[in-house]
Structure formats: C-alpha cells, structure tokens
Design a protein around this ligand. Structure first.
Ligand SMILES: NC(=O)c1ccc[n+]([C@@H]2O[C@H](COP(=O)([O-])OP(=O)(O)OC[C@H]3O[C@@H](n4cnc5c(N)ncnc54)[C@H](O)[C@@H]3O)[C@@H](O)[C@H]2O)c1
Length: 354
C-alpha cells in the first residue's frame, strides 16, 4: 500500500491505449505521479508530454523498460505495448515487485499467461488486467443475474463481435499480433463469456480466415468457433474483422429458464414462456469506475476487490490458444483446453479465482 505521497508510476508503451490510461491515472484524485514512460517511438513520448503538460523521465530504446524499472524508484508499472511484448514487460516489472496494470490480451499462450498470473500472485502485488467490460454496468448486471439464477443453468450462448479491423501496423504482423482479431478485440468477448457465466472453457473447435475487404492479410481477421464450457454448455463465438465500417456486437446467454440478451448498454431477459423484460443496469455503489480506478484504489488500500486479477487473462489465453490451435493445426477439430494446460505444466486447479 502506498500512503502519504503520490504513487510513482512508469508506463511501457505510450500509443493509443497507453496515453488514454496514463492520462486517467494522472487525473486520479488519489494521486498518481507519472514518473517515467518508455516508448521506442520518441514522437509518442512527445505526444504524452503534450497531453499531460508535465515532464517525466523518458526512455526510447527496446531495453528502456528494464532501465526505467532499475533506475527509478517506481511503485507501479503499466504495460501498454503490442500483445506479444506483454510477457517480457510484465515479467520484469513483477520480478522487481512492482504493482502492475496490464492491457489485454494479458499475455499470449497458455503457459506464458499462467506463468505471469502465478508470478503476480507469488509477489503479492496489485495486478489488474485492463478488461474494462468488468466495469461496464450491462455486463456487471448480466453476471449478477446469471449468478442469481435468472436463466437457470447455462446451457448455450451466442457471442458475436464485429469491427472494421484492418490489422495495420503491428496488429497486422504475426510477430506482434499473436492471433489477429481473435486475440485482439476478440479477447474481450471470450472474457465476458467466461466471466459472466463463471465458467472455464472446456474446448474449442473452429476456423479462421485472413480476408479483409477482399484482400488477404497475414493474420487472422475472422474466426468462427464452437466453444464448450466446463459445465457442458456449448455455443458459438464469432469474431469478425471484415465488416464495413464501425463496430457491432450481440451477446446472448441461454439457460434452462430463459435467455439474457445484451443490446449495447441494455440487458434483456427473455423467459422460456412469457414476456421479455429489460433491466436498468447501473454500476453498484462503491464499484470502481474503471480498471485504472480499481488499480489506484487497491494500491491505496481504498478497494478490497480486484475486479480483474490476471488469472482471468490466463483463462482467456487458454481459450484463444484452443481456438487458434484448432484452426491452424487441427483442421477445425476440437482442442481440449485441459490438454493445453497439461502440456504447459499446469492443471485446472491453477485457474481457480480465490
Ligand atoms: N482494453 C482495450 O479496449 C484496448 C484498446 C486498445 C488497445 N489495447 C491494448 O493496448 C496495447 C497497445 O495497443 P495500442 O492500440 O495502444 O497500440 P499502439 O500502436 O497505439 O501503441 C503501442 C505503443 O507501443 C510502442 N512500442 C512498441 N514496441 C515497444 C517496445 N519494445 N518498448 C516500448 N514501447 C514499444 C509503440 O511505439 C506504440 O507507441 C495492446 O495490447 C492492445 O490490445 C486495449
């Protein structure tokens, strides 16, 4: 816990997401000092300085994250770099005992993501994964309703998200993307399925394709999967990058008593028989507003619950791994998540949330 002075924060990666999160932290009423930032593109550091209106220690080399952590007395570090770099950046920060705020997808791959989630636990630091949907009223409400049994036992689901996702810059480079759109925005939707239903994934089977507006790209643009959850529920997860303009989603979770449907910020319950009913979703009193808010309050000792511990990232990484393995190596045949875990030296027990 940090008391009596500002939390000293260092950021790794100051692109779109990084700048947004850093600004939120800098404006947090509980006091965060942006002490340092790393980015291999100095223009991003210039931009951050303009956005914040204050100076900070700057590092613009690939080993800048190590130098920043070694040279400065930081309390906390944020990882906002391209996906496949998260592992090195998070590992170094955790090994040095820093509190960690990390962007999704937490870390790519079943084994590496388990390693990082366990390291965070061992170190006893505050570690929050930036899945902002855990802080959005409609998904909080959906989770609460499912937990209260409104739809009964979860039996099936339909999770669809589509975004005009061109996969340019590093996102279109397999070295950094770690699975294209399936691993990028798709990560959020795999997460809310698992989080709202409180289930681990059992298996995934499906296909991906690399087509965006008629052009073949070197990464996964679209994916269609059949996913099975640990309780036997089965359903469809569709993650698309090849839509013309904008963003859309449709999430439906079915149980033996009815179905929850999420339209934007609205939550509807459609019972097996009878009228559909809508719920007003609002963030419960005292619930943190965002991952940044949760992170700061946990470090300050003003929040008790971490709404997205890193283990949620490991659960999703395992599901993403099963989807991509099925598509790329198994010709669309089912891949069992527990096998991926075992191959990496872990068991299902390691995925429990306290
Ligand atoms: N939670 C969300 O909804 C959300 C939204 C956007 C991005 N993100 C996540 O944030 C991360 C960054 O995405 P982005 O959209 O900000 O990308 P971006 O390209 O805008 O920013 C990435 C930054 O990292 C820098 N960088 C690259 N290699 C580096 C290295 N070795 N050391 C230091 N800096 C390095 C780049 O120069 C760039 O400024 C991704 O993991 C992405 O999934 C999450």
């Amino acid at each position: 816990m940090v008391k009596g002075r500002a939390i000293r924060f260092g950021a790794i990666g100051c692109g779109g997401a990084g700048t947004h999160r850093i600004r939120q932290l800098a404006n947090h009423p509980m006091g965060v000092e942006i002490a340092a930032a790393v980015d291999v593109d100095p223009a991003r550091l210039d931009n951050l300085e303009n956005v914040l209106g204050t100076a900070f220690a700057r590092y613009d080399t690939e080993d800048g994250y190590q130098r920043m952590i070694d040279e400065l007395d930081l309390d906390a570090v944020g990882v906002f770099t391209p996906h496949t770099l998260h592992y090195d950046h998070a590992k170094y920060a955790l090994e040095k005992g820093k509190h960690l705020l990390i962007e999704k997808p937490m870390v790519c791959g079943t084994g590496p993501s388990m390693e990082i989630a366990q390291l965070a636990e061992e170190k006893g630091v505050v570690s929050v994964l930036h899945y902002q949907r855990h802080y959005e009223p409609q998904f909080i409400k959906g989770r609460e309703l499912i937990r209260k049994g409104i739809i009964g036992d979860v039996t099936s689901f339909y999770v669809y998200m589509a975004q005009d996702w061109h996969g340019r810059t590093w996102r279109g480079d397999p070295k950094y993307s770690g699975g294209g759109q399936v691993n990028d925005s798709g990560s959020h939707y795999q997460d809310i399925l698992l989080w709202m239903t409180d289930q681990l994934p059992r298996s995934a089977a499906g296909h991906v394709d690399p087509y965006y507006h008629g052009e073949e790209r070197p990464i996964e643009i679209n994916g269609s999967f059949n996913v099975e959850l640990a309780n036997g529920a089965g359903g469809r997860v569709l993650i698309m990058g090849d839509i013309i303009g904008g963003f859309t989603d449709d999430v439906r979770i079915c149980g033996d008593k009815g179905m929850l449907i999420f339209y934007g910020t609205e939550v509807w319950f459609k019972p097996i028989k009878g009228e559909a009913k809508s719920f007003t979703a609002a963030r419960p009193k005292g619930y943190p507003e965002s991952p940044c808010d949760n992170f700061v309050k946990l470090i300050r000792g003003k929040a008790r619950i971490n709404r997205v511990p890193l283990i949620y990232g490991a659960r999703v990484a395992m599901l993403t791994d099963a989807m991509l393995t099925s598509a790329h190596k198994k010709g669309g045949q089912s891949v069992v998540c527990e096998d991926l875990l075992k191959n990496a030296g872990y068991s299902l027990d390691d995925l429990k949330v306290d």
